[in-house]
Design a protein. Structure first.
Length: 156
């Protein structure tokens, strides 16, 4: 898949350097306390990258021009009709519209190509950039840190 500025593709072993940089940046973020912990040692990161490469739930966000991994996006299994949208963008690349661009493409993919009825996601209320992104994407808050986006585009 791709967008104007990004390739959205499966991870490969050659992504290890960018992946390590990304995850170490993620774990140093003030918002890391609200998310699942990732290892930051080389061996642990190689293991996570291997998992990301094998699963059909995680995709690399690669800048087209620089050929650099700047984040990841995921559609994690919830049930037969919905997926959990996840995303992570290196702080150097935040605030430039990349997360919006990637998420919009994944929403289209989930609805049009995979046929899901709904996306769910979660973020801490304190993570204002993520809250603003979810609002921009049309997600509706349904509980403390929980959001939903119906994907029934009939009539649009």
């Amino acid at each position: 898949m791709e967008t104007e500025r990004l390739y959205i593709r499966k991870f490969v072993a050659g992504d290890i350097d960018d992946f390590c940089e990304l995850i170490r940046d993620k774990m140093a973020s003030p918002y890391a306390i609200y998310d699942s912990a990732f290892p930051t040692d080389d061996a642990g990161l190689r293991e996570v990258l291997g998992y990301f490469a094998r699963t059909d739930e995680f995709w690399a966000l690669e800048l087209k021009e620089e050929r650099k991994i700047i984040g990841f996006i995921s559609l994690n299994h919830v049930d037969d009709i919905s997926r959990n949208l996840g995303y992570c963008l290196h702080t150097q690349w935040q605030g430039k519209g990349y997360a919006t661009e990637a998420a919009r493409r994944m929403i289209r993919y989930a609805a049009e190509e995979l046929g899901f009825d709904k996306l769910v996601t979660g973020t801490a209320d304190e993570n204002l950039p993520s809250v603003r992104l979810l609002d921009k994407l049309g997600f509706v808050k349904v509980g403390l840190g929980s959001y939903e986006l119906p994907l029934n585009f009939k009539g649009e």
